[in-house]
Design a protein around this ligand. Structure first.
Ligand SMILES: Nc1ncnc2c1ncn2[C@@H]1O[C@H](COP(=O)(O)OP(=O)(O)OP(=O)(O)O)[C@@H](O)[C@H]1O
Ligand SMILES: C[C@@](O)(CCOP(=O)(O)O)CC(=O)O
Length: 491
C-alpha cells in the first residue's frame, strides 16, 4: 500500500505584490495541474533509509539515513548522492522532527524499519512543453498537450528545467509534507477529506514553514496556501509566527509554533471559486528576457515612495476586491436563476464585450447577468492599467509592452471576459477568463477562439490547467491517476 497525496498549482489573478502586506489580499486560483507524492514501504532500500526520486528529471535521486532516538531525529544525506535538493531535505527533516514530537520515537521507528521509497511527479503544466510539442510536430493547442505522455520526462536536471510559474516548489512541498504526515500517522487518515480540519491546517502551517526555510525568506505564502486549501481570497500571516524557527539550528519544539491552535497563525482563507460556465486559461509566454528582481525593485520603490505607493496600492486593492465581489456575485446569480444565467452566457459568448448590453429587448434577468460580466471585464482591465502604472513608477516590466499587445488582442476575442499577467507579472505568462457556453454547435467555443489566436502567436504556448474545484491537497489512489504508476516506475 502506498500513501499518495497531490497538491495543486496556483495562479494569482489579482493581488501580486500587495499580498505581501497583511492589509491587502489576493485572489488565488488553484489549478487542476498537481504535484503527486507517492510513499511506499519498500524492502531492499534498507532500514531507516529514505530514497526520494523525481523520475521526470536527470540526476534526481536523493538518499538519506534517518536515526531516531528518544531525544531527536537526524537525517543524513548519503555521501554518494550526486546532487542536493534543499527543498526535499528540509521537508523530510522538519516533518520527521514534527512527527517525532507527536507520535514519539518508537512509532516513528516502526514506520521507518522497512525503508521508504518516495516518488515525486509533477503534471506537465509545471514545465514548458514548447520543445516537446515541436519535437512531436504538434501545433500548440490543448488537444496536442493532451497527447503528451503524462508526467513526461524532461530530459534535463531540475536546475535546467524551464518552469511555467505554477508554483512547483510550493505544490511539491505541500504534497510531500502532507503525505509524510499521513504515512507516519502524525495526522488522522481523514485529514484531507474535508476543507476545515486541524490536520489540513497543520499540514499547511508546516509546509509554509518548510517552504520559507528552503527559499531562505518569508514570502506572502499564497502559493502554499492554494496548494493546501484550493482557490480562495488570501490574506497573509504575520512572519513573526515562524521567526523563532527560521535559523537552521533552532532547538525550539515545532509543535507549539506549528500547531493550528497557535493563534499567531493569522492568515485568512476566504472561500472563492470562479463563476459557473467560465474557464481560466493559462499560457506560457516567451516574450523576452525576464528581469529576475521584479519583486525587489517594486519593494524598493514602495519604500522610497511610501505615500504615493500606498495610495496606488490602496486603490488597486479596491479594484482587486471589487473583482472578487463581482465574480462572487456571478456565482450567486447562477445559484438564484441558473436558467437566465445559462442563457446569458450563451448569448454574450457570441459577442464582443461592447455588444453585451446593446440589445434592450433581452430579458431583464439576463441583462443583469450580462451587466455583471461586463463589470468583471472592466475591473480586470482596470487592474491591468493599475499594474502597468505600478510597473512604470517602479521601473520594472510588470506588464511589458509585448504582453500588453498580446493581452489587448486576447481580451477582445469574442467570449473572453478578461485577463492579465499573473502574480508578479513579467514576460512569461498570461491568464484569461473565458465564457464556456453550454451549446457551441453553431457559434463555436470561446476557448477554441482563444486557442486559434494563441496558435498564431509564435511566443505563446497554452497550458492544460483549468480551475481545480477540489479544495487543495487530497489523498489519491495510485491506480486512478492517469499515467502516475508508469511515471514513478521509471528509473
Ligand atoms: N519535481 C521535483 N522534484 C524534486 N524537487 C523539485 C521538483 N520541482 C521543484 N523541486 C524543488 O523546488 C526547487 C525550485 O523551487 P523554486 O522556488 O525555484 O521554484 P518555483 O518558484 O516554485 O517554480 P514555479 O516557476 O513553478 O513557480 C527545486 O530546486 C527543487 O529543490
Ligand atoms: C510578488 C508576489 O506577490 C507574487 C509572486 O507571484 P508569482 O510567483 O509570480 O506567481 C510575491 C509573493 O506573494 O510571494
Amino acid at each position: 500500500m502506498s500513501t499518495v497525496v497531490s497538491a495543486p498549482g496556483k495562479v494569482l489573478i489579482a493581488g501580486g505584490y500587495l499580498v505581501l502586506e497583511p492589509a491587502y489580499s489576493g485572489i488565488v486560483i488553484s489549478a487542476s495541474s498537481r504535484f503527486y507524492t507517492v510513499i511506499t514501504d519498500k524492502d531492499g532500500i534498507g532500514a531507516f533509509t529514505i530514497q526520494v526520486r523525481s523520475p521526470q528529471f536527470v540526476d534526481a535521486t536523493w538518499k538519506y539515513t534517518v536515526s531516531v532516538s528518544e531525544a531527536r531525529v537526524d537525517v543524513q544525506e548519503h555521501a554518494d548522492n550526486t546532487s542536493k535538493n534543499k527543498f526535499v531535505y528540509l521537508a523530510l527533516k522538519k516533518t520527521l522532527d514534527f512527527s517525532h514530537e507527536v507520535v514519539g520515537a518508537s512509532s516513528l521507528s516502526a514506520t521507518l524499519t522497512q525503508g521508504l521509497d518516495i516518488a515525486i511527479a509533477g503534471d506537465n503544466d509545471f514545465y514548458s512543453q514548447r520543445a516537446n510539442l515541436e519535437a512531436l510536430g504538434l501545433p500548440r493547442t490543448l488537444e496536442s498537450l493532451d497527447k503528451i505522455e503524462p508526467f513526461a520526462a524532461t530530459g534535463v536536471t531540475l536546475g535546467d528545467v524551464h518552469k511555467t510559474g505554477m508554483g512547483s516548489s510550493a505544490s511539491l512541498i505541500t504534497s510531500l509534507v502532507s503525505a509524510l504526515l499521513l504515512h507516519t500517522k502524525t495526522i488522522p487518515a481523514t485529514s484531507f477529506d474535508e476543507v476545515h480540519t486541524d490536520g489540513r491546517r497543520l499540514a499547511h502551517n508546516l509546509a509554509q514553514y518548510v517552504h520559507c526555510l528552503a527559499q531562505g525568506k518569508v514570502g506572502s505564502g499564497f502559493d502554499v496556501s492554494a496548494a493546501a486549501f484550493g482557490s480562495h481570497i488570501y490574506t497573509r500571516f504575520n512572519p513573526d509566527v515562524i521567526r523563532p524557527l527560521m535559523s537552521d539550528n533552532s532547538n525550539i519544539a515545532l509543535q507549539d509554533i506549528i500547531s493550528p491552535s497557535n493563534g499567531d497563525w493569522n492568515y485568512r482563507v476566504e472561500p472563492f471559486q470562479l463563476p459557473p460556465l467560465t474557464r481560466i486559461m493559462l499560457a506560457d509566454v516567451d516574450a523576452g528576457s525576464d528581469t529576475p528582481s521584479l519583486v525587489g525593485k517594486v519593494l524598493a520603490w514602495r519604500k522610497s515612495e511610501p505615500e504615493h505607493s500606498r495610495a496606488l496600492w490602496t486603490a488597486l486593492d479596491q479594484t482587486n476586491q471589487s473583482l472578487a465581489k463581482t465574480l462572487r456575485k456571478l456565482s450567486d446569480m447562477h445559484a438564484e436563476n441558473s436558467g437566465a444565467y445559462t442563457s446569458a452566457v450563451q448569448y454574450i459568448g457570441t459577442l464582443e464585450t461592447s455588444q453585451w448590453l446593446a440589445n434592450p429587448t433581452r430579458p431583464a434577468a439576463e441583462r443583469a447577468i450580462a451587466q455583471t460580466f461586463l463589470e468583471a471585464h472592466d475591473l480586470s482591465e482596470s487592474i491591468r492599467r493599475q499594474m502597468r502604472e505600478m510597473g512604470k513608477l517602479a521601473g520594472v516590466p510588470i506588464e511589458p509592452e509585448q504582453q500588453t499587445q498580446l493581452l489587448d488582442q486576447c481580451v477582445n476575442i469574442t467570449g473572453v471576459i478578461g485577463g492579465g499577467v499573473p502574480g508578479a507579472g513579467g514576460f512569461d505568462a498570461i491568464w484569461l477568463l473565458v465564457l464556456e457556453p453550454v451549446d457551441t454547435t453553431t457559434d463555436g467555443a470561446p476557448v477554441a477562439r482563444v486557442e486559434e489566436t494563441w496558435a498564431r502567436a509564435e511566443a505563446v504556448s497554452p497550458l492544460l490547467a483549468s480551475e481545480s474545484l477540489a479544495k487543495g491537497c487530497r489523498v489519491e489512489f495510485l491506480d486512478t491517476v492517469k499515467g502516475l504508476k508508469t511515471a514513478i516506475s521509471r528509473t
